[in-house]
Design a protein around this ligand. Structure first.
Ligand code: ATP
Ligand code: MG
Length: 443
């Protein structure tokens, strides 16, 4: 018996007391069978949306999904999506059903679901209902379509992305026939919106099996990031590397901490290498590859409709991924340029990058830990790292007789002098420097 939260039990009981069937279904049942605690619950019922609304008339209800038969009920702060048993009609453009209709049979509702592991229903009185033997597949750790994979991917090509991201998240293999159809039909992903692909990519990147998925399904990724094509199989011929560019990327992503931004940066950090390759004898050099990868990443992230803040941060991390910090001043300069939050992420990117090279490169890890400590100490000691932290402000510069753009330029100059330890961050000293600029007559 699964240990359902009280809110879920309440919802199931209320529907059943009113004479309807109701089950939890999909990801939450799969997670229970796997021994994990689900993070959300979907309920499926033969009650029509209007009937569900009546049952929960004393609760807060959100109607946004009503077109698809979904009523969201909030029970004691927990949102529960309650969806009427549904059959999808014909599919248009490999994306979405033209129409949905309701059905009174749970088995029909389960038949429209993507994979057998996601097509299991459960409630306390009936137990598990599993007409497609999803439990067997969960035990076998395999992802297999409900029904004919070719037809299912044709109906909704997003299922291709869902299969690979579940493989990454759960560490399951994709069953042979389902995998073959992915290979043949991956081109259908061109009909899927960037937003939906992006959401799956984010989940894929933070999965525990991401290395295998990036290696085995690179051709699926290529459908929406064709820029990776040249990296796949590209021999680096470098004394630091033992992997091709793509395998290096796959290892780096898998070694990184589980943060979406850091993993996205690693996915794209070296894709400019094949385009910045210089041959020297039997060696290859990749001068300027960080900048080239960052330029390519910018276009990719825009196309995949990542939010501006994510995209900006990922590009910063890629641009600086091969920077070296040999002194405290170098740490300060970079922290000042990109901000301290980005700097700490950069250290994580560099750690993962080095763990994906020849073993001797792991010697960089303790050095990077030291750099991290230096950065932490700079923050603790309230070291001045940006213009706002200077002991003077724009008004002080204005009062010294400057105006317009000059004020910003002078503040930046002061910051540079403080970071280089030429002057200390004290009002008197800073203003003395300002007066020198004034006396020289040149900003
Ligand atoms: P997660 O843990 O990521 O939420 P999930 O399996 O719950 O995984 P959801 O996107 O929340 O995934 O979908 C809930 C359920 O709806 C799935 O388990 C599956 O039964 C069904 N489903 C979702 N998307 C599709 C789809 N594109 N095609 C068919 N069935 C789908
Ligand atoms: Mg879910």
């Amino acid at each position: 018996m699964f240990n359902l939260p009280v809110q879920v039990r309440t919802a199931l009981d209320m529907l059943s007391k009113n004479g309807y069937e109701a089950f939890i279904v999909g990801g939450c049942v799969r997670d229970f069978i796997l021994g994990n605690t689900p993070y959300d619950y979907d309920i499926t019922t033969n009650a029509l949306p209007s009937q569900t609304e009546r049952v929960f008339e004393n609760f807060r209800i959100i109607e946004t999904g009503i077109k698809h038969g979904t009523v969201t009920v909030i029970i004691d702060h927990m949102p529960l999506e309650i969806t009427t048993y549904r059959i999808d009609g014909e599919y248009a453009d490999n994306r979405r059903p033209v129409s949905v209709s309701y059905t009174s049979r749970l088995a029909d509702d389960l038949a429209r679901r993507d994979f057998t592991m996601n097509a299991i229903a459960y409630n306390h009185s009936s137990g598990i209902y599993d007409p497609f033997h999803g439990q067997d597949d969960i035990i076998k750790k395999q992802i297999i379509c409900v029904g004919n994979p070719q037809e299912r991917f044709n109906e909704d090509a997003l299922r291709i992305m869902r299969a690979v991201r579940f493989s990454s998240q759960l560490g399951f293999e994709i069953e042979k026939n389902t995998a073959e159809c992915i290979g043949k039909q991956k081109y259908l992903l061109k009909n899927i919106s960037a937003e939906r692909i992006r959401a799956e990519l984010d989940k894929l990147l933070t999965g525990k099996n991401v290395y295998n998925v990036l290696m085995n399904y690179s051709s699926v990724i290529e459908e929406f990031i064709p820029e990776i094509h040249n990296s796949i199989g590209f021999d680096q011929k470098s004394k630091y590397h033992m992997y091709t560019v793509w395998e290096h990327i796959a290892v780096a992503v898998s070694k990184a901490c589980n943060d979406k931004i850091i993993r996205l940066a690693l996915l794209l950090h070296d894709i400019g290498k094949p385009f910045s390759c210089q041959e020297e004898g039997n060696c290859r050099h990749f001068k300027g590859h960080a900048g080239k990868s960052a330029d390519m990443a910018q276009k990719i992230l825009k196309r995949l409709k990542y939010e501006n803040s994510t995209s900006k941060r990922v590009i910063t991390l890629i641009s600086h991924h091969s920077d070296k910090f040999e002194s405290e001043k170098a740490v300060k300069r970079c922290m000042s340029a990109i901000g301290s939050e980005a700097f700490f992420q950069l250290i994580e990117v560099q750690k993962a990058d080095n763990l994906a090279k020849k073993p001797f490169c792991a010697e960089r890890i303790p050095k990077l830990e030291n750099i991290k400590r230096t950065a932490e100490n700079l923050i603790k000691s309230k070291s001045c790292l940006n213009v706002k932290e200077l002991a003077v402000n724009g008004n002080d510069i204005k009062n010294a007789g400057f105006s317009g753009k000059d004020i910003g330029i002078i503040l930046k100059k002061l910051l540079d002098e403080v970071i280089e330890n030429n002057i200390s961050n004290e009002y008197e000293q800073l203003m003395q420097f300002v007066m020198e600029i004034k006396n020289n007559g040149q900003v």
